[in-house]
Design a binder for this molecule. Structure first.
Ligand code: F6R
Length: 260
């Protein structure tokens, strides 16, 4: 069972997670953050940026992104390499060599996933993986049907995900069809998973991922197989959870020593 935490809004939730990351980095220089993109992790990145602006030193941190679109040039504002640079690398003052994103523009795209797995393994993996969830239940870009053992590889986005992400592009047709994404097996190797979701539009996917059957049809349900998961929600995203009263009770009575 994951630990479910419900906050009064995305900003409060983002500050909570950012504070935990700053503490973890303080305890273990060389801490490796697994970065997600999309709109969900923005409050975490903004709160981390505020810590950096107040003088917290992130220079010993490493980051590995979850995924990248195939075929978007680096100059495109939605190329995830560029998104991570804007949200993480620059505001936190990380050396670019410490930040890794799958290569979606490689000529030999068919082996880009293997190379990313090698980078991750040589580095020693991810300490804390931030995750968002798609309305299809995807984590990373592991759409329904993804194997729980899957590693980083090229995947095809669903039409639903392309429509959901069209808000970031000038035209819906500009949303790439393919991506390179960490697999569910890759994600499950991270030492701590922090799944965030905000808004009513995520409530069904969260209820299915947290309380539904573990099934490849709802890739986010893979979190139920991981021993250390924190699910960070606002009220709207938590609204379809059957055991919400219990999760609130546990949060209200959380021992101070426990951390997440
Ligand atoms: C992006 C990613 C995706 C998103 C998901 C939710 O790196 O891994 O799983 O987290 O599509 O996207 P938003 O946050 O934009 O709703």
């Amino acid at each position: 069972m994951a630990e479910i935490m419900v906050f009064d809004g995305a900003a409060t939730a983002g500050s909570f997670v950012a504070n935990h990351i700053v503490d973890a980095l303080g305890r273990a220089p060389g801490f490796t953050l697994g970065g997600a993109t999309g709109s969900t992790p923005s409050p975490v990145y903004e709160a981390l940026g505020a810590h950096a602006a107040r003088g917290v030193d992130f220079s010993s941190m490493f980051a590995f992104a979850l995924d990248e679109y195939v075929g978007l040039p680096a100059a495109h504002p939605q190329c995830y390499h560029t998104v991570i640079e804007r949200a993480v690398t620059l505001p936190l003052g990380l050396e670019p060599e410490r930040v890794h994103v799958p290569d979606g523009s490689a000529d030999d795209i068919e082996t880009a996933g293997e190379r990313y797995e090698e980078e991750l393994t040589a580095h020693g993996g991810v300490d804390l993986q931030l995750l968002g969830i798609g309305t299809t239940g995807h984590i990373g870009f592991n759409e329904p049907g993804s194997s729980f053992g899957s590693l980083t590889r090229v995947k095809t986005l669903t039409e639903r995900t392309r429509a959901d992400n069209a808000r970031f592009f000038a035209s819906p047709d500009d949303v790439p069809i393919h991506c390179v994404t960490q697999g569910l097996g890759t994600i499950l190797r991270a030492r701590h998973l922090v799944l965030l979701a905000f808004g009513k539009g995520k409530a069904a996917a969260i209820a299915a991922a947290v309380e539904g059957p573990v099934t490849a049809s709802l890739p986010g349900s893979a979190i139920q197989l991981h021993p250390h998961v924190t699910v960070v929600l606002d009220e709207a995203a938590a609204s379809e959870l059957s055991f919400l009263d219990y999760y609130r009770w546990a949060q209200d009575n959380k021992p101070a020593w426990q951390g997440i």
